[in-house]
Design a protein around this ligand. Structure first.
Ligand code: SF4
Length: 483
């Protein structure tokens, strides 16, 4: 995926139609999302009576740092340098890639082993290294699966969640020459054997960062497979790519956020591996990397930070739960967003990282149901931000999203939005509209057969039941609880 490509409405329509027509994909996504949603919900109700308080603490921990990010970055740099890290700043994706490539060249490295890192996806690291003759090999199980079939992560936490175990078995058979298996233990065994061979004698490991702790000059990595620990400790040179928004003030704040991250991401109180790295190998130590480099990546994050509203998106701890709860994501999967970051958080940050003119349609991939805002552990007001982004797209926003161009403006869309705004702002009109819709909606399916626009709309949808009064709507929603 190249991030400079402009994605037209037609590109989106093509890929979304394809994904909606893929019954296997939809079954896999539904099953995986249900598992993640239920695990999280059961854990929160049984072990986190103070979850709301924890969310508030997490939100405050992030906002405190964002309010003075330059000061915390400087503090991190000073403390990390004292601990022996080498700190680099990269304002663009290219700068980050160049730093890594130059390091590899200096050290005579032609193979980099990677732990899971969405920042490395964002900068297109694998492709960049490939063009320079360096192999960047994934070691996370999900990332390994998708690298074998030349795809990109479909989810920010579980990159191959769109594949079921039978499909994974076939991929391993085809690409690794392994016997055909479908039991998770056997599949893990195949991946482990393959990766052990890769880890032998490797020199450079690359990872992401979950929390960069300013007061200590340390980094914290959260993972479940142990491959992250191998990538960061069994090599001579470890390079960590860290978006500047990953900064936190203290270990205490990182612990609060970690307590929010693990239950939200995979429904567990804590993941199997928690790696806190305080520097390279010291003189009296037997193992660990001789050098640790941290690349503090901006890539338009400063622009987001400068905005009075969108800056809240920088609080994201990449837990992925907004994706799991999104009724659009669970139908089409991550690839249909044509972007590194899919789902609600992807809708908000992609146009700001890569330009709204390149991703104009992405703001439409939202039903504005509000679930993402309810479940976000750091209380990012995602529905509001997505709504704002739509206004931005139809000329009525505050004009701060990078890459905005008149060419994406649709008159029909603007007119519809204006009409909707008139209706939604007037109680009497709104009630009349609902009443009329309640009568007209059941005819929609029949009318749809003869009306081109409706026909198109109904291709993948049922006509919704419209309730004319609030009481009936509340009744329809009974039993739908996300917390
Ligand atoms: S926006 Fe919130 S829910 Fe979505 S990935 Fe980020 S922290 Fe998680």
């Amino acid at each position: 995926m190249t991030h400079t490509t402009t994605h037209s409405d037609q590109d989106y329509e093509k890929v979304i139609t394809e994904k909606l027509g893929d019954a296997q994909l939809r079954t896999n996504l539904r099953s995986a999302m249900d598992t993640l949603i239920h695990k999280r919900r059961d854990l929160l109700s049984s072990r986190y009576p103070q979850w709301e308080r924890l969310r508030e603490m997490g939100k405050n921990a992030k906002l405190k740092v964002l309010a003075q990010l330059d000061m915390y970055l400087q503090r991190f740099e000073e403390n990390a340098t004292r601990n022996g890290f080498v700190v680099h700043y990269a304002s663009t994706a290219k700068e980050a890639n160049d730093i890594i490539y130059d390091l590899a060249k200096q050290k005579g490295v032609d193979r980099i082993l990677k732990g899971k890192s969405m920042a490395s996806e964002e900068i297109g690291l694998n492709q960049y290294m490939h063009e320079k003759g360096i192999v960047a090999k994934e070691t996370d199980l999900g990332e390994l699966i998708i690298q074998l079939i030349d795809e990109h992560p479909v989810h920010i936490v579980v990159p191959a969640i769109h594949k079921n175990r039978h499909q994974v078995g076939q991929i391993f058979q085809e690409k690794l020459g392994a016997p055909l298996e479908s039991e998770p233990e056997k599949l893990n065994g195949i991946a482990r054997k393959h990766m052990r061979g890769e880890f032998e004698g490797f020199k450079m490991g690359l990872s992401g960062v979950n929390f960069a702790i300013a007061n200590e000059g340390a980094i914290w990595l959260v993972e479940n497979e142990g491959n992250g620990r191998m990538c960061t400790t069994a090599c001579d040179i470890h390079v960590a790519i860290c978006g500047i928004e990953k900064m936190v003030e203290s270990f205490e704040d990182a612990a609060i956020l970690n307590n929010l991250l693990c239950p939200s991401a995979v429904g567990v109180p804590i993941t199997c591996y928690q790696n806190i790295i305080t520097g390279p190998r010291q003189e009296d130590e037997l193992d660990g990397p001789k050098e640790v480099h941290i690349i503090l990546l901006d890539h338009n994050r400063s622009n987001i930070l400068a905005d009075e509203k969108y800056y809240r998106a920088l609080s994201c701890i990449r837990c992925g739960t907004c994706l799991n709860h999104c009724p659009v994501y669970d139908k089409i999967g991550g690839h249909a967003y044509l972007a590194t970051y899919p789902g609600p958080i992807g809708v908000v940050i992609t146009p700001q990282l890569f330009g709204l003119d390149n991703y104009a349609h992405i703001a439409n991939l939202c039903s504005l149901c509000g679930r993402c805002g309810e479940v976000c552990p750091v209380k990012i007001p995602l529905p509001e931000l997505i709504r704002d982004l739509r206004a931005e797209k139809s000329h009525e926003g505050r004009g701060v999203v990078r890459g905005y161009k008149d060419t994406q403006h649709s008159k029909l869309e603007e007119l519809s939005m204006r009409a909707f705004a008139k209706l939604a702002c007037n109680g009497g009109l709104w009630r009349t509209f609902l009443k009329l819709s309640g009568w007209v909606a059941p005819l929609g399916k029949w009318v749809g057969v003869y009306t081109p626009v409706l026909k198109h709309w109904l291709k993948h949808r049922e006509m919704p039941v419209v309730h004319a009064n609030l009481h009936a709507q509340v009744k329809a929603l009974e039993g739908v609880v996300y917390e």
